[in-house]
Design a protein around this ligand. Structure first.
Ligand code: PLP
Length: 427
């Protein structure tokens, strides 16, 4: 149908499909959704307006949408062991924005990991709403790349922020959620765990969960969780009527669910994206199956093997390895910048992204590192032996970044490897 009505868009989609099929997707925040998630996303649910929450909508005809959103909420609560979930945030950034809107006043101080040390824009950064409308304070990692909880505690006591974020886009290790919660609560700050990257690993219980330690948990749904692009906000407690404002003297800490629901709607968003909500519900259901735990375990095993092999080829890894799905490669000893390495790898069909490393002497647009991860490759069914081969391909592509003959040969190897691991049913 699309082929006839809009061939330009159709062809661009087909070309992107070919890129996804024939390349090694190693950006750690990306994944391949299932056919079931795709079919929920591509459904007629996109036609419906449903401002409000299940049973309390501002539009008629929402009985089917209520079933879908309620299922998504109940599945999220069960999977992440929380008593309240809002599945309407349009993505991870809007989820974080809603937390600010729910809990802070304009200008309040927020503490989050520095962007150049792996933190996210929405955790308090000058060009983002979080740094423009609030007062950002950033913590850093130690020179060895690990979070330094003593330094973080000292800084928190000096700065007295009203909210502390943890979570990152490029941190290859686990978090001490208990300690972070204690630090935040000792200064009466909210502790928000942004698990955008690790959500699938947490759902599968292969890494620790921030539940019971964090006041609020935010996440994307499209990274390790393997759902459609979207966001969720979770916390404990029960919402009172979300469409009614709280009384002036209500204690915010006792009303987190209501404050969060009201921040999303009517605070920041209008109608939820119901096709996405259905896709999230399907992905959460998939994440409850035993196969998903095996998937998450394999992500970790693949990341460990890839990290060890890369180190074997002389690559320096920030923190000397990984505990999760991603690794950060410091290329300074390889005489190539992050931008050049990203391009060299793209030329052979391996997609990664350039990234700053802790205390990077270079600028973010052309930093000293690259970030790579295993969630998408693992979805394709790749295991340890493929990781060994991929480390070799990466090493050769970087070593021979100026040799087009070698790169052509490597690209053939990449395509051959991909052929054995189809991503779509109709691949
Ligand atoms: C830790 C973290 N939080 C939030 C986000 C924002 O998610 P989105 O890009 O969906 O807005 C990201 C995305 O990379 C992230 O890594």
């Amino acid at each position: 149908m699309l082929e006839q009505t809009d061939p330009e868009i159709y062809n661009a989609i087909k070309n992107e499909q070919a890129r996804q099929i024939n390349g090694l997707e190693m950006i750690p925040s990306e994944n391949y959704v299932s056919d079931a998630v795709l079919s929920a996303m591509g459904s007629i649910l996109t036609n419906k307006y449903s401002e409000g929450y299940p049973g309390k909508r501002y539009y008629g005809g929402n009985h089917n949408i209520d079933v879908i959103e309620t299922l998504a909420v109940e599945r999220a609560k069960k999977l992440f062991d929380v008593s309240h979930a809002n599945v309407q945030p349009l993505s991870g950034s809007p989820a974080n924005q809603a937390v600010y809107f729910a809990l802070l006043n304009l200008g309040d101080k927020v503490m989050g990991l520095h962007l150049f040390f792996g933190g996210h824009l929405t955790h308090g950064w000058k060009v983002n709403f979080s740094g423009k409308f609030y007062t950002p304070v950033n913590y850093q990692t130690s020179p060895n790349g690990f979070l330094d909880y003593d330094a973080l505690e000292k800084q928190a006591r000096q700065e007295n922020p009203k909210l502390i974020f943890c979570g990152a886009t490029a941190y290859p290790r686990l978090y001490d959620y208990k300690r972070l919660g204690e630090i935040a609560h000792s200064i009466d700050a909210y502790f928000v765990a942004d698990i955008a990257h690790e959500a699938g690993l947490i759902a599968a219980k292969v890494v620790p969960s921030p539940a019971r330690h964090a006041d609020v948990i935010t996440t994307t749904t499209h990274k390790t969780l393997r759902g459609p692009r979207g966001g969720m906000i979770m916390c404990d407690g029960n919402p009172s009527e979300p469409l009614k404002p709280l009384p002036e003297d209500a204690n915010p800490r006792e009303n987190l669910p209501t404050l969060i629901d009201r921040a999303i709607f009517p605070g920041l968003q209008g109608g939820p994206h119901n096709h996405t909500t259905a896709g999230i519900a399907v992905a959460l259901h998939e994440a409850m199956q035993p196969g998903f735990k095996m998937y998450a375990q394999q992500i970790l095993r693949n990341a460990k093997v890839l990290a060890e092999c890369l180190m074997g080829y002389g690559f320096n890894l920030v923190t000397n390895g990984t505990d999760n799905h991603l690794m950060l490669v410091d290329l300074q000893n390889k005489n190539i910048t992050g931008k050049e390495a990203e391009k060299a790898l793209e030329d052979v069909g391996i997609t990664v992204n350039k990234n700053t490393i802790p205390y990077d002497p270079r600028k973010p647009y052309n930093p000293s590192g690259i970030r790579l991860g295993t969630p998408a490759l693992t979805t394709r069914g790749m295991k340890e032996s493929e990781m060994r081969l991929i480390a070799e391909l990466i090493s050769k592509a970087i070593e021979h970044s100026n040799d087009s003959n070698v790169k052509e040969k490597l690209n053939k190897d990449v395509i051959d490897l991909c052929k054995g691991f189809p991503i779509f049913k109709y691949n």
